[in-house]
Design a protein around this ligand. Structure first.
Ligand SMILES: Cc1cc2nc3c(=O)[nH]c(=O)nc-3n(C[C@H](O)[C@H](O)[C@H](O)COP(=O)(O)OP(=O)(O)OC[C@H]3O[C@@H](n4cnc5c(N)ncnc54)[C@H](O)[C@@H]3O)c2cc1C
Length: 481
């Protein structure tokens, strides 16, 4: 046992921002922490990969939070490397780049006239129906139609949602919308929309407007999303915490001191003891590690719970810029990717080469889908064709490209997911020695700020030995995005 102590106050599985936040807070209070990560570096979904001098995050990673205390702490951590940016984004619909979030009058003017009038009629009808009382909303389709009507649902909601999640919005829980739109004052938005529709001028000629910022500013690490994770890891190490990458955790068993954690690093095997294990790894990865084996009802629940995978096609293009947006959305099926992020627009350090730019294009799929196993060349070719269809770039612009496949990228909120998560997490946490944490570990559609908040929260609950140590109900109180 050369590298490791025998005993820790907590062992954290996974060095994403949730695991690192926990380790930072726990070690800050003098506790001995060991973080075990299976990849060769820290950061999890908050990583940046460098290729031919260009930085590529896992899609877009803007830092924004309503929690001022958290913002202050993260800003202090990042110092001058945290730049303030203004978000600008558009969506490619009806062969045009329209503002996103949608500007309803602009959207109506871009639509074929018949469809626009149908959408207005359905919108008004939906408003009248709301006066009759709020029905029990079961899924995302019902949620959207309740607020905006069937016509706008067909254009604004169904295509993009089905393309990302590979399922009809009828099968997605309304929780997803509640969480996604939390913080947006729906009533005011609708009032505003009614006013705009009533004064809509279809004869106005220009549909594609100039870009303008569409939301509160956000923060971004100058040298890529990874810097935030790296700085958190530095804090853990400053506090004498230990972080090991390239680790394969093999078993977690009960012991007098709490839990015995077995793992291997290279060809060496180790075991350490800790009263607490904090799991930020996918629920499906936690189960094979623990004993006794879960009863059939828990395994069944786990088998039905799905994470959505993402494939990132990263391209360097012989163009000085593709667009000025932070990102662009692509709901059309014929275009293989969902989103385009151009890192030059986030920080010049991400694309330091003159007359070239770098983009990330994300494709969602489930494990077992053909696309997950498609070759890199095929995916790059399809991405280039998509870019061509949208009039942004083509094959001749390609300078270099590579593909990253990310399993467990999105927890899928299908109908009944909540019950299953409760069952599974309660089982894992039943002896209050293993705790689930973060986006991946708690199956919560978190942004990074929420994952960090959760890490601090759990550390404090364990330190103070007070309150409910499980974060399950805390995480179900929908986080704002
Ligand atoms: C496409 C995309 C775009 C996003 N955009 C934004 C954004 O704009 N703003 C924002 O704030 N957030 C964004 N997020 C969310 C943000 O990335 C996450 O909330 C956050 O990074 C999750 O951190 P985590 O630590 O909870 O989970 P993860 O990052 O998933 O960390 C889990 C860690 O566990 C490790 N691991 C897995 N299995 C094992 C094992 N068996 N043993 C040891 N380690 C293991 C993984 O390698 C990983 O490092 C986005 C996410 C995605 C996928």
């Amino acid at each position: 046992m050369k590298y490791f102590s025998k005993k820790y106050d907590a062992v954290v599985l996974g060095a994403g921002v949730a695991g690192l936040a926990f380790a930072w807070e726990f070690s800050q209070k003098g506790k001995k922490v060991l973080v075990l990560e299976k990849e060769n570096k820290v950061g999890g979904l908050h990583r940046t990969t460098w290729y031919k001098g260009f930085g590529f995050d896992f899609c877009a990673h803007r830092f924004h939070t309503a929690n001022q205390k958290l913002l202050k702490r993260v800003k202090k951590l990042m110092g001058k490397d945290f730049i303030k940016k203004q978000k600008q984004s558009r969506i490619f619909l009806f062969n045009k780049f329209l503002r996103y979030p949608f500007e309803i009058p602009q959207l109506l003017r871009a639509m074929p006239k018949k469809q626009a009038f149908y959408s207005i009629f359905e919108f008004v009808l939906a408003r009248v129906k709301t006066k009759l009382g709020k029905p029990k909303i079961k899924n995302y389709k019902e949620w959207f139609e309740y607020f905006f009507g069937r016509g706008l649902y067909n254009v604004m909601c169904r295509p993009y949602t089905s393309k990302i999640w590979k399922m009809d919005p009828v099968k997605l829980s309304a929780d997803w919308a509640d969480q996604r739109f939390k913080g947006i004052k729906t009533r005011e938005l609708i009032k505003e929309t009614v006013k705009k529709i009533l004064t809509l001028n279809f004869r106005s000629e220009k549909i594609e407007d100039e870009l303008f910022p569409d939301a509160a500013p956000f923060y971004y690490p100058k040298e890529g999303a990874y810097k935030l994770a790296e700085k958190m890891a530095e804090k853990v190490i400053e506090n004498k915490g230990v972080i090991k990458t390239n680790v394969s955790v093999t078993k977690i068993t009960s012991a007098k001191a709490g839990k015995k954690i077995k793992f291997s690093l290279g060809n060496k095997k180790y075991s350490v003891f800790a009263p607490f294990v904090i799991s930020t790894i996918p629920l499906h990865a936690t189960f094979p590690l623990i004993s006794p084996k879960p009863p059939t009802n828990i395994s069944k629940a786990l088998n039905k719970l799905r994470y959505l995978n993402t494939i990132f096609v990263n391209l360097i293009l012989k163009k000085s810029q593709v667009s000025k947006d932070s990102w662009l959305y692509f709901p059309e099926k014929e275009i293989i990717f969902n989103r385009l992020v151009e890192f030059k627009n986030w920080s010049p350090k991400m694309a330091p080469v003159k007359n070239k730019t770098a983009v990330n294009l994300d494709i969602s799929c489930y494990r077992g889908n053909k696309i997950w196993d498609a070759s890199d060349d095929y995916l790059i070719d399809k991405a280039l064709k998509g870019g061509e269809k949208a009039g942004l770039f083509s094959k001749k612009d390609l300078f270099g490209g590579f593909v990253i496949r990310v399993p467990f990228a999105y927890p899928v909120y299908d109908l009944g997911y909540k019950k299953r998560v409760k069952k599974i997490v309660n089982f894992i946490e039943k002896d209050k020695k293993i705790f689930c944490l973060g986006r991946t570990g708690l199956f919560r559609w978190n942004n990074a700020d929420n994952s960090i908040e959760m890490g601090f929260e759990l550390a404090n609950r364990l330190l103070n030995k007070s309150g409910d140590t499980s974060l399950l109900s805390y995480s179900f109180k929908a986080f704002s995005l």
